[in-house]
Design a protein around this ligand. Structure first.
Ligand code: PLP
Length: 417
């Protein structure tokens, strides 16, 4: 990571910023690496930039689904200008619930939702509504950095369990232990799992792994624990599995005893990162509690961002609910998926041949290569013009932004010693 500059003024009495907020990092490390890569590229260097989580075409331009732009442009003036309802329009809420869990009536018939600015907003609402201040969210040992930022910013903590067991599969035993410990210390647990195409490892859980997770959480809930599962499905449209929603069936028994939440995001699925459209979907078995949950989530909307981008909600609703738009968008998204899969296939061919150590990788925006000296390795790679993001014991590779022709150079740099 890039070093933070010394900031002697942090102790100044003239500063009214509260103590706990004085030592915030000045620049997001991933964006800093991306800026350096772009600056070097602008000077003519042949740079491979595998830092940022946005899908890029092979020519380096942002991959955009044209029908999504068309739907946005077609939103009428009044809809664009007027406030959206605080929880989001009812058409949007129905569309995202149908999109996420419509294939499983036992979940869909018991769900409520609110619109949020991206999946990030959904994560925020899950944290503040399903954990008390001071309690910790539980997630995997590798996780998307903002999980920490979001819990820290909201006065909560973040606890982790080992993602992989000795065989490289999802470590359900570690989850079980961690859930038990948190239930013992804080009486409730909020487990956040980003699947499929986990950021940063690229791992997608198999159906039987989901079954084991659901059984584990159901057992804790039946034993009296207050259990909430948050499925962060930001990358669901890019899974190697052509039926990524098939695993939802495994959550039906869990939803009888525990709270099941979904963080839904339009950012990657519609390549609409800047539109800031997402939703938190909550499956609540009890009718009365469902209404209470809806009220709590809506109150959180009012108390944080008030309401979401109305034009964004309208465009995304049309893209999901209008069969013509949805079919056209699906065709464009399939082409993008094929582009990403061709990179994944090439990476797997070369990466395995080079002996790189990384989890099963079948699709998605990222993969993580394990490395004992990740920081030093990333710096070495940077010298050769190849940019990846170092973390503890691993290098995050955003294959979504690397053309297939650059994969050999990427793998070669990852294998540098
Ligand atoms: N969850 C994960 C794991 C992500 O990587 C992202 C985006 O990078 C998100 C959620 C949410 O993104 P957004 O707020 O743009 O929808």
């Amino acid at each position: 990571m890039l070093a933070q500059p010394a900031r002697p003024w942090l102790k100044s009495r003239a500063m009214s910023l509260v103590d706990s907020r004085r030592a915030r990092p000045t620049e997001d490390p991933i964006f800093a690496l991306n800026s350096e890569a772009n600056a070097r590229r602008a000077k003519g260097e042949a740079v491979v930039n595998a830092t940022l989580g946005a899908a890029m075409n092979d020519d380096g331009s942002l991959a955009i689904l044209p029908t999504a732009i068309r739907a946005l442009r077609e939103v009428d003036d009044v809809t664009t200008a007027v406030y959206a309802p605080i929880a989001g329009t009812s058409a949007f809420l129905a569309a995202v619930q149908d999109d996420m869990i419509g294939s499983v009536p036992a979940l869909r018939s018991r769900s409520v939702a609110v619109a949020t600015p991206g999946g990030t907003g959904a994560l925020h609402h899950a944290i503040v509504n399903f954990l008390e201040p001071g309690q910790s969210m539980l997630t995997t040992s590798f996780y998307w950095g903002p999980y920490h930022t979001l819990t820290d910013e909201t006065g909560r903590g973040l606890a982790t369990f080992s993602l992989f067991d000795a065989k490289g599969a999802f470590d359900v035993a570690a989850l079980d232990r961690a859930v038990g410990e948190l239930l013992a210390t804080q009486g409730r647990v909020l487990v956040a799992l980003n699947d499929p195409c986990h950021n940063p490892t690229g791992y997608s859980m198999r159906q039987e792994e989901w079954r084991a997770v659901a059984e584990c959480l159901t057992a804790h809930a039946k034993a009296g624990g207050t259990v909430t599962l948050l499925v962060d499905a930001a990358y669901i449209e890019y899974a190697g599995n052509p039926e990524p929603r098939a695993v939802l069936q495994e959550l039906v028994p869990l939803a009888e005893h525990a709270q099941v939440l979904f963080a839904w995001s339009a950012s990657k699925s519609f390549t609409m990162y800047g539109l800031r459209v997402g939703a938190l979907i909550a499956v609540v078995a009890d009718d009365k509690l469902r209404a209470v949950t809806q009220a709590a989530l809506t109150y959180s909307c009012r108390g944080t961002w008030s309401n979401c981008n109305h034009a964004g909600l309208a465009a995304i609703t049309r893209l999901i609910a209008d069969p013509g738009y949805s079919a056209q968008l699906g065709t464009e998204r399939d082409a993008l998926k094929q582009l990403l899969f061709s990179r994944v296939t090439r990476f797997n061919e070369l990466g395995h041949a080079a002996g790189l150590s990384y989890p099963r990788y079948e699709g998605g925006f990222f993969v993580t290569v394990f490395h004992p000296n990740a920081k030093e390795q990333a710096a070495r790679m940077r010298e050769t013009g190849v940019f990846v993001v170092p973390a503890a014991g691993a290098l995050r590779v955003a294959l979504c932004s690397v053309p297939e022709r650059d994969v050999p150079r990427l793998v070669e740099a990852l294998s540098l010693s």
